[in-house]
Design a protein around this ligand. Sequence first.
Ligand SMILES: C[S@@+](CC[C@H](N)C(=O)[O-])C[C@H]1O[C@@H](n2cnc3c(N)ncnc32)[C@H](O)[C@@H]1O
Length: 229
Amino acid sequence: MQNKISPSIWTMLKTQFSRLKYWNIFIFIKMSIWEIYYWLISRRSQIKYLFAIDDLNNEVKSEDETLFYSPAPFLFLRQSFNFIKKEIKGKIFIDAGCGAGRVLLHAMDYPFSKIYGVDMSKYLTDIAQDNVNKYRKCRKKQMPEVEVIQSDILKFKIPDEPLVLFLFDPFNDEITEKFIDKLVKENKKEIHVIYLSPHKKEMFKSKGFKTICSKANKYGRGFVVMNKK
Ligand SMILES: C[S@@+](CC[C@H](N)C(=O)[O-])C[C@H]1O[C@@H](n2cnc3c(N)ncnc32)[C@H](O)[C@@H]1O
């Protein structure tokens, strides 16, 4: 399979405009500015930030019809990480369903002790690994170790250490429920959850997670931050 070096501006704009119906014009403009900013960086650095499902749909579909890939909006990444920035030092970070690694690269600029990206798609984890390598080279500074793992999330052994878990609504109800059960069974330490498009947040609440920040709108878009001590 051939990797795309960087997405066309049309793909990026199309993705951005598909979000217009969910947000007021002020937030839409803020989101667009960050997408354009990172799109320009991705063109210069050859990092495949991958802006849309269009870039990948055929490749991902050929692996598994049920997989769906869409990267987290940069605006929400920046806002949610900012909210917990004082809590991050020395913690483990996991992106459950990491796709092409947009969130992993963002996390690399924070003082996590280790970063895991887990995704069942080989196509996407190959791109994520390549992106991580390129980002480390171009940033030229000390950054956390990153492990990109191709696996079903239910087979991933969750480290029993304080952690920040990131989800961009990646799983259906059944897998989400099994994953939360596994999470609270395997990890007895403090957990922060950054959850984008948090349609299943009630499942976390029923397992003892508390919402400490909510920026989700009436369509369930945006993000929440939850924690469990
Ligand atoms: C909406 S994308 C999010 C990508 C990335 N976290 C981001 O925000 O940019 C969801 C990802 O979850 C992955 N995924 C879906 N089911 C999975 C499973 N059971 N185990 C591991 N990954 C899964 C898909 O391959 C897809 O890349």
